[in-house]
Design a protein around this ligand. Structure first.
Ligand code: FRU
Length: 456
């Protein structure tokens, strides 16, 4: 079945059909950016996981390649789960978790590699080491990097036998013999029951540990999604230990739909993609694109910058390549404005020169954004497509709000406040698919609005 224009995303990475989840294996290889993703080509459930594959020369226009990894061996016969990529000696290495359900029903996982010389066909190497003692079968999502002393390091998400989340670290001299070094981030208190998709970002001053802990309790405006993705700023030691405090955990994206992000570094820039969904099975089953045989998308790529202990997630500058010539609208903020969007692929930027009052925006009558001047907070509302109830996510900014930039698609919205100080990513599904208005009740605030139509 073809994707209808009503909900299809044109400038996001989506599956051709079937289900997409985590971004995997991000790498720059043979002059191209490679993005892989968790893909079920056989249906829209979380089964039969393979790695789908797209390539790009600009991180914006993507070309589909054939499936990169699919279950074929005893150690990955029930799914090729998430992992990272790496370029070494002119080869592209992929690290993944092989998922197995034995005949007796017992489930196992194996950390594996696959190597390619052309970036298209991958040779599997098999399991790299034995399952660690003291951990349940939930050990997965290997991410590998090299240090300046010729060592390779791998972190894997894990659940220890006391059913709490953890991350393990392995070390290697040759990318094939790996030795477990213990827990990557030793912590005394419980913090969720499983840590998925660990990642490490190195900056000159600090290192940042990014992970997706499952089962954190909701507190106030925080942790309102079923599972979280966030980070802790700390320091990575030479022996592969991360020193940081759990109490510093910050969520990366404050929207409804963001999980399992992964980053990679190209020419000193750190670029991150996430899965634009939350892990809520019931809501997932009700996503209307399932009727068209596909579900989910990756977020837009973001550039990650560390500033005063906060990770900024800026929309990648290459996204400007999507702008069609000439602006659709460019003008001063009025007290009340309504714009009709020229298409369902739009970028909208508001720069505030004076912000003295609350304001409200409505995007396609589907999403409402409220700014509270006193709290300096943004609250984003949508109607849940399963329950039909209105629901919100809220973030209080550290800096005064100066800019809101949003990327609107037929069924997704990414809102960047203050060049990525806070980001809200979300999906929405309107019944009235022709609804194209954006309303701004700006009050006495002053500033400028720009609207760009984007390529499809
Ligand atoms: C995160 C995750 C990973 C796993 C993959 C399976 O969304 O659960 O931990 O490798 O998805 O698709």
């Amino acid at each position: 079945m073809n994707k209808s224009d009503a909900y299809n995303l044109k400038y996001h990475i989506t599956p051709p059909y079937g289900l997409l989840n985590d971004p995997n294996g991000l790498a720059f290889f043979n002059h191209q950016y490679h993005v892989f993703y968790q893909w079920n080509p056989k249906g829209t459930e979380h089964k039969h996981k393979c790695w789908g594959h797209v390539v790009s020369s600009d991180l914006v226009h993507w070309q589909r390649k054939s499936v990169a990894l699919e279950p074929s061996e005893w150690y990955d016969k029930d799914g090729i789960y998430s992992g990272g990529g790496l370029v070494h000696n002119e080869k592209l290495y992929l690290f993944y978790t092989g998922n197995v359900t034995r005949d007796d029903g017992v489930k196992e996982s194996y950390q594996c590699a696959a190597i390619s010389e052309d970036g298209e066909y991958f040779q599997k190497t098999g399991p790299l080491f034995e399952h660690p003692k003291g951990y349940t079968r939930h050990v997965r999502d290997p991410k590998v990097w090299g240090d300046q002393n010729g060592n390779w390091w791998m972190i894997v998400g894990a659940q220890s036998e006391d059913l709490t989340g953890d991350t393990l670290i392995y070390k290697s001299k040759d990318l094939s013999n790996w030795k477990c070094q213990g827990s990557f981030f030793e912590h005394n208190s419980e913090f969720g029951y499983m840590w998925e998709c660990p990642d490490i970002i190195n900056f000159s001053e600090n290192d940042v540990f990014v992970f997706s802990p499952q089962g954190l309790p909701e507190v106030g405006e925080y942790c309102r999604n079923p599972n979280q993705s966030g980070y802790i700023v700390g320091k990575l030691s030479e022996i592969g230990r991360f020193n940081g405090n759990l109490s510093d955990f910050k969520e990366l994206d404050r929207g409804f739909d963001f999980y399992a992000p992964q980053s990679f570094k190209v020419n000193d820039r750190i670029i991150m993609f996430g899965w634009m969904s939350a892990m809520n099975e019931e809501a997932e089953r009700a996503v209307p694109t399932i009727q068209e045989g596909w579900i989910h998308a990756l977020t837009l790529p973001r550039e990650i910058v560390l500033s005063n202990g906060v990770l900024y997630q800026k929309p990648l500058r290459e996204l400007q390549l999507l702008r069609l010539d000439g602006m659709h609208y460019n003008g001063e903020i009025q007290k009340n404005s309504v714009w009709q969007l020229p298409s369902l692929q739009v970028e909208l930027i508001i720069n505030f020169s004076m912000l003295t009052a609350n304001f409200t925006m409505k995007v396609r009558d589907a999403v409402q954004i409220d700014y509270d001047r006193e709290q300096n907070s943004l609250t984003v509302w949508r109607t849940n497509w399963l329950t039909n109830q209105r629901e919100y996510r809220k973030a209080t900014l550290n800096n005064r709000l100066t800019e809101i930039q949003m990327f609107i698609e037929s069924s997704s919205l990414e809102i960047f406040a203050n060049e990525g100080e806070e980001v809200f990513s979300l999906r929405y599904f309107l019944e009235d698919t022709e609804q194209r208005s954006v309303l701004l009740e700006a009050g006495d605030n002053e500033g400028e609005v720009r609207i760009y139509q984007l390529q499809e």
